[in-house]
Design a protein. Structure first.
Length: 567
């Protein structure tokens, strides 16, 4: 009998103490190979760094250092695993085009809804944080290649077959390529824009979105919409509402309003008119998308906000009444009229609660905030393992992502502990070559691991990144404490995060949304910050300077404690 990765075996066993209503998953055919992946890295991840001698007898400072160092070891593991994921998939690129296939089992083609939407963007974002030359070189080349080879109608992408060296589908299918483009924009390109702002990737995003609306074929009393597919409508609500802010172009808001009217003012209301509402993937997109539109019209079209308010609250009141279990976790689907529901819970529970919390921010309905806190408070000790309809690493990734995004707004200590435990179980699935399960959902493993790393660093990154450089942070009010160490001498910059929602996306507030990296410690551009390195006061820095990067030098094996405090 082959030896199974010990962590993976523990993960599979722990699944059995999940919510008893959930069945234990079978061992995946893509289970980890024998042995523990990356054994050479375990000492770096598992061995605490000794506090600097100067902290001897200073209990509070030593406690801060050890907490930051622990977070640095976790963040280092997350970044390393993401980097190995990139290397693993790039090894399978088609030699002629440089594109990689939809999955490694069959489907030897590149497509918009999977390859481009779910896998490729998180290679770009991993490289943005760990290897800028890779991002600006080979990964940018992939963008240029897929744009050149896959645009079939305007900017809309179609499947490219490697064996055929051309279209996988002989005839153009407008509904299919709208689906592909919408997924590529919402699940992938929006994420890159949220982190990097204007770029070649955001240009691709704008072009696809414009052409989805240009060729929208479905006539409604409110204007043409791209499709009746519920998921794609949700994609376009999110993308169009956010692109209104990103570009400043009113046409995107006007298009999103067509879908808002279609779902809220006509005969397609998600809970009043539908016999089944999916809260899982392929359904939650509309729930979240309508709240993004609600934020936009509240600021730009207040009359629409008034028209939408009652039907919006109907949706969330119905979800609270019929769509959740006693712990606040959400069912895969439920019948809004009868209350009948699935036995399985959805891993996208947090995506729906993103929308609910946004409604709390806008209208101050206390029940919506209370519901978010209730769900976060009930995770630990009850929902261990893949307790969702999706038993793959993707199920872990989506549920962890939802929790991180919400606890960024509503900190709950037990939820933080749950995220730590579930992330380790997700990591146990990855194989030594960096591949996770060999399908496009591997990108979501990287997405959530990056999100986890940024939580542990409070949004800070380093340039250049190196696998032996550990950096982690703890925050106390307006002060951040960072522990940095390296096995070999290192010289570079610590780059602090900024209010990206405002500076890059131009959003009016940082509401929780799918396809964002939450903001933790952010520097305000014109504010001044007091900087201390190993107890030595340094010249004050502005937020702009810290966002560009604070120069730091590390000696081999000698940790540095960095303190940055807003003045």
């Amino acid at each position: 009998m082959k030896r199974i990765n010990l962590l993976a075996l523990i993960a599979l066993c722990l699944v059995n103490i999940c919510d008893p209503a959930q069945a234990a998953p079978a061992l995946s055919p893509h289970a980890p190979a024998a042995g523990i992946p990356f054994p050479e890295m375990r000492p770096l991840w598992d061995t605490p760094t000794a506090p600097p001698a100067r902290l001897a007898g200073k209990a509070r400072e030593e406690e801060r250092f050890l907490a930051a160092d622990k977070n640095g070891r976790l963040a280092n593991e997350a970044f390393f695993r993401c980097r190995r994921f990139v290397d693993g998939w790039l090894a399978h690129c088609d030699p002629e085009t440089g594109l990689f296939p939809r999955n490694l089992r069959e489907s030897n083609f590149w497509n918009g809804r999977d390859s481009a939407a779910d896998n490729y963007p998180f290679m770009v974002l991993t490289a943005a944080m760990t290897d800028r030359p890779l991002m600006e070189g080979r990964l940018l080349d992939i963008l240029r290649t897929e744009t050149r080879l896959t645009c079939r109608l305007g900017h809309l992408p179609d499947d490219y077959s490697f064996p055929k060296r051309g279209w996988r589908r002989e005839k153009l299918d407008l509904d299919e390529i709208i689906f592909d483009g919408a997924e590529y924009v919402k699940d992938g390109l929006l994420y890159i824009a949220e982190w990097s702002g204007p770029s070649p990737w955001s240009e691709r995003m704008v072009g696809i979105t414009e052409d989805i609306w240009k060729y929208a074929p479905i006539e409604t009393p409110y204007g043409n919409i791209p499709t009746r597919n519920f998921e794609v409508c949700g994609d376009m609500l999110q993308a169009s509402a956010r692109l209104y802010w990103f570009t400043g172009d009113r046409k995107f808001l006007d298009c999103a309003v067509r879908l808002g009217d279609y779902f809220l003012l006509g005969t397609n209301h998600p809970t009043r008119d539908m016999k089944q509402l999916r809260l899982s993937d392929h359904g939650c997109e509309v729930i979240n998308g309508l709240t993004e539109l609600y934020v936009a019209v509240a600021h730009a079209l207040p009359g629409k906000r008034s028209a939408y308010k009652k039907p919006m609250h109907e949706i969330f009141d119905c979800i609270l009444a019929k769509g959740r279990n006693a712990d606040g976790l959400l069912y895969v689907w439920f019948n809004p009229k009868t209350g009948e529901h699935s036995s399985d819970l959805c891993d996208t529970w947090g995506y729906n609660y993103d929308g609910m919390f946004t409604m709390w921010l806008m209208d101050k309905t206390a029940a919506y905030r209370d519901a978010v806190r209730h769900a976060l408070s009930n995770l630990k000790g009850k929902y261990i393992g893949a307790c969702w309809g999706d038993k793959s690493a993707d199920g872990f990734a989506d549920s962890i992502e939802g929790a991180i995004n919400l606890m960024n707004r509503e900190p709950v200590d037990s939820a933080a502990d749950w995220v730590d435990s579930q992330t380790r179980m997700m990591w146990a699935i990855q194989k030594p070559d960096g591949i996770v399960e060999g399908w496009h959902g591997d990108g979501n493993f990287a997405r959530t691991s990056l999100m986890y790393a940024l939580w542990k660093t409070q949004g800070a990154t380093v340039e250049p990144w190196r696998k032996d450089v550990r950096f982690g942070a703890v925050r106390e009010g307006n002060t951040i404490f960072l522990s940095l160490s390296a096995e070999q001498p290192w010289e570079g910059r610590v780059i602090f995060d900024r209010p990206r929602h405002k500076l890059l996306m131009h959003l009016p507030l940082d509401y929780p949304r799918i396809n964002q990296f939450p903001e933790w410690f952010t520097t305000q551009p014109k504010a001044r910050y007091r900087v201390t390195v190993d107890g030595q006061r340094q010249p004050d820095q502005t937020g702009d300077q810290l966002a560009r990067g604070l120069p730091v030098s590390l000696k081999a094996g000698e940790p540095v404690l960095l303190e940055v405090r807003k003045r």
